[in-house]
Design a binder for this molecule. Structure first.
Ligand code: FEO
Length: 403
């Protein structure tokens, strides 16, 4: 539990949840997460921005008390998901005279998700302002970063931007501000991959808008606060661009060793052509599927190609590979080249089913699928070499798209 000043008259209540190992039952969060809420004290009024996950309501309410705010005039809700709004019902009881403030999109979703009546809200629109006395809060809608209701609010006198989920990280730490740690940057990339990447077009526009605003601090709803905003803004500009690295991701599963032989040959040959390779074994250990699929999504933020190497099971691609491929499809990766290699026992419809599962990735070029019956022969492995050579050549031809 911590209440710390992040700027003059602005405090962060960062509820730490270091033991949270999964988010949305999909995303591994090896560093846990935080739920950040903020108190802004003006000369005449005070506002509380967001609340906390309902499991931490008591801790959150204790933290609000420690802010020494006798009266909260405004409770501002930037986004409906319960990790930020879940303590609102208790907060409303404690501060019954506080005005709850949100956009119409938030208010509508709060009715269905928390059963809070829409007439409890003061509705704000794009550019509306709330004056606190020497502090002024301006609202900006950022739909689909990552829900339709996400909202940012900007305090102009201190140039503090409260960005809701945008620019967040699932990273619990006793340090409130982002450091130069590699771990923090990896956590921000992972968060981008699994939360923001499906909405990269919108997120890029919001990032450009924030660059124009030139905030001194970006106070996110999860993880470290960015007191050098250019660090995360530059990363978002790169991640949301169509630029990629000379990297091929190889998610693979091998039941009897045949697919592993293909994957190894592919990786070695690609590496010999100057292409970086990230191979991810989706089936090595009981938790490999979720952990390695999460890593694949992070890799695909900037990879030039992804080639699955999968055995056929009951006529289709191995279910572990199918899970990862469907996740990749949902995350709308920008990867220019997608391929499938594999081995089957006596027959396979893996190519057709894989194409259906990844049909949302319309901009990607499909590499020709190659399937071998049983353990590949040396001649068949020479086909894998040719496949790697052709792919490496295609990547080099990306030209200006390469970072
Ligand atoms: Fe952190 Fe979309 O909730």
């Amino acid at each position: 539990m911590a209440v710390q000043a992040i700027n003059d008259g602005i405090f962060c209540i960062d509820i730490q949840h270091p033991d949270r190992k999964m988010f949305d039952c999909i995303m591994p969060t090896e560093h846990g997460t935080t739920y950040n809420a903020y108190v802004v004290k003006g000369q005449t009024k005070s506002a509380l921005i967001d609340t906390a996950d309902p499991d931490f309501t008591k801790e959150f309410m204790d933290s609000v008390d420690r802010c020494e705010v006798n009266v909260i005039d405004y409770i501002i809700i930037l986004h409906t998901e319960q990790d930020h709004s879940g303590s609102l019902p208790v907060l409303m009881k404690k501060f019954p005279r506080a005005q709850i403030v949100a956009t119409e999109a938030v208010a509508k979703l709060m009715l269905t998700h928390l059963h809070i009546a829409t007439d409890k809200f003061m509705i704000v629109n794009e550019g509306d302002q709330i004056e606190l006395g020497g502090r002024s809060l301006t609202f900006f809608k950022i739909p689909f970063a990552h829900w339709p209701d996400n909202t940012m609010v900007y305090e102009s006198s201190t140039r503090t931007l409260f960005s809701s989920d945008l620019f967040g990280s699932h990273y619990s730490s006793d340090k409130l501000f982002a450091t130069n740690s590699h771990e923090i940057k990896v956590a921000a990339r992972a968060y981008y991959a699994e939360i923001m990447m499906p909405f990269a077009t919108q997120v890029r526009k919001y990032t450009e808008k924030v660059i124009e605003m030139a905030p001194s601090i970006i106070a996110t709803a999860h993880g470290p606060i960015w007191n050098q905003p250019s660090v995360i803004l530059q990363k978002y500009m790169r991640w949301t661009s169509d630029q990629v690295e000379k990297t091929v991701v190889v998610p693979y599963v091998s039941m009897h060793g045949s697919s592993a032989v293909i994957a190894e040959r592919l990786c070695l040959r690609l590496a010999s052509k100057g292409v970086s390779v990230l191979s991810r074994n989706l089936g090595k250990k009981p938790d490999s599927l979720v952990v390695q699929s999460g890593l694949v999504m992070r890799d695909l933020v900037t990879a030039a190609a992804v080639v699955y190497v999968l055995p056929t099971v009951l006529g289709g691609p191995h279910p572990a590979g199918s899970y990862c491929a469907m996740l990749m499809n949902a995350m709308r990766v920008k990867t220019p080249f997608i391929g499938l290699l594999g081995s089957y026992g006596w027959g396979s419809r893996a190519s057709t089913i894989f194409a259906e599962m990844t049909s949302g990735l319309k901009k990607a070029e499909r590499l020709s699928d190659v399937q071998f019956e049983g353990l590949p022969t040396e001649d068949q492995l020479a086909e894998v070499d040719k496949y790697a050579d052709d792919l490496a050549a295609k990547i080099m031809q990306l030209g200006d798209r390469l970072i």
